[in-house]
Design a protein around this ligand. Structure first.
Ligand SMILES: Nc1ncnc2c1ncn2[C@@H]1O[C@H](COP(=O)(O)OP(=O)(O)OP(=O)(O)O)[C@@H](O)[C@H]1O
Ligand SMILES: O=P(O)(O)OC[C@H]1O[C@H](OP(=O)(O)OP(=O)(O)O)[C@H](O)[C@@H]1O
Ligand SMILES: O=C(O)c1cccnc1
Length: 494
């Protein structure tokens, strides 16, 4: 990365207020108190019925490099005026906490902790912004990719978005997240190099323009590349493009692998059907039709309805920018903190909207899987000391509309959290990207299709255990009492 600082780090990739809070904690001597934060999103994106969790690998790399560098400290001193005593403390600060997380590629839902951080308050606070930045984006893109994959059925999808992504990092990590969501390949060569993602591509209109004619351009491409996909829409798809692709493919015969053609404009349904007919009649029934041009799951669905003859989809802008919902909205909330006597105390954030009230306490997330049909019945959030895996019967009830409930028996309760960092050290063997993709596919099989359809999916239950719910109600009650006492006190003071 080009920067004026040889030792630049991600430590200042945070909001100013995190450092200001950190300074106050430190000055008051509460910075080492243990704090527990949950990272979660509230609402599934794109109206989808599930999300695909992505970003863990980068989040762990970030925690591993948690260390203010000389230039970080210099900037805080020289430009922002932080005092020497605090800066000396920051210079020696390392991440020493514990982190629990879902596995990357997991199928996840709203209001369940994807990550739980248990760390000295100052550390847990300082990492909020970067963690959210990473998980919000990657989970959003993996989910968009998965949504697109549900719609294309078995067709191959290639991620073509680098040129439209929100800058370089988004292109690279978005390509990786797309693959976690099920996309088969990316056009971004660096993403291929960094993550081992298959890279794929055709050629651009500029090549046809540069050689002036399709005939020259296709031949030029074929002279240096055995695998050939010809872009046929530069001048006129059906009059020149497809006939020229066929002509060149016939002329070169076995000298090339004529893989197919790409369409990038016009009426894709009509042009793909006509192109298919022409290729078949010319003796190329195996040649694939690849399409691109501002595609997303809605256009693809509509093209299917029109009987478009498409084999592979190249998707750029609308995938890499999560065009119809550019943010996931994941949050990072304090749920428990050590008090002056060294005991953990749960903390809650109240809101006028029930969905926004946080769920206090150190929690675990279980997936309740029906042993008979192997499908998931719901996710079940418990307090840390609960063991639903040992229960015979569980009551699952909606955390807001509590009258919606059901009992489950004959189930497996699978703990979705794994400890990934202990005392600041990575204690988790990072899976390869292939393993993540395979895991994610397998996890999707746990869910009925009703949760996976792209339009108006069924709402998958994410419920609180009775104990967790009671604890939340107790905390709400305590806050209400405190507000009441405060009001009384104010009135008396008047
Ligand atoms: N048969 C179709 N049904 C529905 N949408 C289609 C169909 N064919 C193409 N589209 C979509 O309609 C949009 C058409 O884009 P646009 O108006 O840019 O036209 P274009 O012919 O591609 O022109 P350009 O050469 O500027 O790309 C794209 O998003 C494309 O994916
Ligand atoms: O439409 P998207 O989903 O974003 O997919 C990426 C687009 O990028 C290219 O177009 P561009 O006009 O940039 O270059 P080109 O001349 O190679 O078509 C390509 O042809 C796709 O249309
Ligand atoms: O290889 C392609 O066809 C490609 C790559 C990036 C963007 N659009 C198309």
């Amino acid at each position: 990365m080009s920067t004026n600082y040889a030792d630049d780090s991600l430590m200042l990739h945070t909001d100013l207020y995190q450092i200001n809070m950190a300074e106050s904690y430190w000055a008051d001597g509460i910075h080492e108190r243990k704090a527990v934060f949950d990272l979660y999103f509230r609402k599934l994106p794109f109206g989808n019925g599930y999300a695909i969790y992505a970003g863990l690998e980068r989040a762990l790399a970030y925690l591993n490099d948690f260390r203010f560098t000389e230039s970080d400290i210099g900037y805080l001193r020289d430009e922002l005026g932080y005092r020497e005593d605090f800066l000396a403390y920051l210079a020696d600060l390392r991440f020493t906490g514990d982190v629990y997380s879902m596995a990357e590629g997991e199928v996840v839902f709203g209001n369940e902790p994807l990550i739980r951080v248990e760390a000295p308050l100052i550390q847990a606070q300082l990492i909020e912004t970067a963690l959210l930045n990473i998980i919000n984006y990657q989970t959003l893109i993996a989910t968009k990719a998965s949504r697109i994959k549900q719609v294309v059925k078995g067709d191959v999808v290639m991620e073509f978005g680098s040129r439209r992504a929100q800058e370089l990092d988004a292109a690279i990590w978005g390509a990786r997240a797309s693959v976690i969501g099920g996309v088969e390949a990316t056009s971004n060569v660096r993403a291929g190099k960094l993550f081992g993602i298959p890279v794929a591509g055709t050629h651009a209109h500029s090549m046809v323009q540069a050689y002036e004619s399709e005939y020259e351009a296709f031949h030029a491409y074929a002279r240096r590349h055995k695998d050939c996909v010809f872009l046929v829409d530069t001048y006129d798809t059906l009059k020149i493009g497809v006939p020229t692709a066929i002509r060149v493919a016939k002329e070169l015969g076995d000298k090339i692998n004529f893989l197919g053609i790409r369409l990038d404009s016009g009426d894709i349904a009509y042009l793909s059907k006509e192109s298919r007919r022409m290729l078949d009649e010319a003796g190329f029934p195996e040649a694939k039709i690849i399409v691109s041009n501002d595609l997303d799951e809605y256009t693809i669905m509509n093209l299917h309805l029109q009987g478009a003859k498409v084999d592979q989809w190249g998707i750029g802008t609308k995938l890499i920018t999560a065009y119809d919902q550019p943010a996931l909205g994941a949050v990072y909330k304090l749920v428990s903190v050590e008090n002056s006597r060294g005991e953990m105390e749960d903390r809650i954030k109240i809101s006028s909207s029930a969905e926004k009230v946080t769920t206090p306490g150190v929690k675990k997330v279980y997936r309740i899987i029906d042993r008979e049909n192997g499908k998931s019945e719901g996710d079940y959030i418990t307090l840390a000391d609960e063991e639903p895996e040992k229960e015979q019967r569980l009551k699952l009830f909606h955390p807001v509309h509590t009258f919606i409930s059901k009992f489950v028996t004959n189930f497996d309760a699978v703990n979705l959290h794994t400890q990934v960092v202990r005392d600041g050290e990575l204690v988790y063997e990072l899976p390869t990207l292939d393993e993540i993709v395979e895991f994610s596919h397998a996890r999707l099989d746990l869910f009925w299709d009703e949760y996976k359809r792209s339009l108006n999916p069924e709402e998958y239950p994410v419920d609180l255990s009775q104990k967790c719910w009671d604890n939340k109600m107790r905390n709400i009650h305590e806050v209400r009492e405190r507000i009441h006492d405060f009001e009384l006190h104010e009135k008396e003071a008047e």
